[in-house]
Design a protein around this ligand. Sequence first.
Ligand code: FCB
Length: 437
Amino acid sequence: MATQEHPMPRFPDGFLWGVSTSAHQIEGAAELRERSVWDEFTDRPGRVKDGSTAAVACDHYHRYREDVALLADLGVGAYRFSVSWPRVNSPGGLDFYDRLVDELCAAGVRPVVTLFHWDLPAGLDWLQRDTASRFADHVSGVAERLGDRVHKWITLNEPAEHTLLGHALGVHAPGKRLLFDALPVAHHQLLAHGLAVRALRAAGVTDIGIANSHGPTWPASREQADVEAADFYDVLLNRLFADPVLLGAYPAGLGELMPGDDVEADLKVIAEPLDWYGVNYYAPTKVGAPQGAEIEFGGVSMPADLPFSVREITDVPLTDFGWPVVPEALTELLTGFRDRYGDRLPPVMITENGCSYEGVDDRQRIAFLDGHIRALHRAVAAGVDVRGYFVWSLLDNFEWAEGYARRFGLIHVDYPTQKRTPKASYHWYRELLRAQE
Ligand code: FCB
């Protein structure tokens, strides 16, 4: 993959460059907060591959000043982090975010807050409708406290993965394997999103979005069975969470399966207008007709009776996590999104994009980011209104069911000593940001 041979094209004025993290993956200090569904999950043997927990993680809770200094030195315009609901429920919990936000503002880095990044307080359950209104109450409290300084708000992170991995396939917390009976989890998160938007507006804040995961779905062949299976997967991954938010409607056939007395009324809440739409992009997925056997894909065992099967993408490089590296699929995704949603699509922000590679001299990460940022620029040149790009992630961190085995950071973390070492990609990104100023 060629890098830096041609200068990076300029992005529009005001384009927001950033990096992302999430609370559970970096904060540690688990004893200073309530437990979350992820604590319960990691305590169950065999659930996290290396047997680790996020009890200490990057100890960011205690080292946030050092981490903000690294952000400032990197020169990002914004930092996306999440507020842990279990921490906010604990005495002094919001004080931590208050200090973090102040530190960021003092360093000239705009805070972008995600209000839910999978660490649901233990005891709550997205199968229950009232989790949505509880979330909205929680959001009101956070907005009241931080609203005067936060630059942008994100209601939910990747409700698709939280539904699919956590509730349908059981490989993430809370570890439920409900298959299609997990659909209420999707609906209740979407309702929580809409209620949170209302709570934020009521608290007087602006600049609200969501961070949904998306990627092109490629049929395994032109055979009708493969094309239909891929369309079905596309609905689950790309449309189930975007159509209700952007169009106020579920894809055909799904609305009837959702819980509640008045799904139409819920959809009005879910479709509260947004100021921008966040896209987390990692890779495309190749999908074909079911193969009649349980398959193992990316560490996830997929039951035989699903109406599709995920296939390997073989002719491209893979990250250390085994994810295909296909920068041009980001252009395809964004132009396709614009064509699908037209003027219902608000300005887009890439709220996550990144890769897992070992090592501090991480040229493969540089090649990955370089390729994806160029692909993003092609989408901008094709007329997609993209306003920002956030690398996942600032630091190596607790990668959910993979534990600490996957390293997504621009900064290496030596977990025993907590020493931070900026990688080659950190220096590369800093140069890119300078050149874009
Ligand atoms: C996304 C998650 C994020 C991180 C990256 C690698 O799905 O939002 O927390 O785990 O993947």
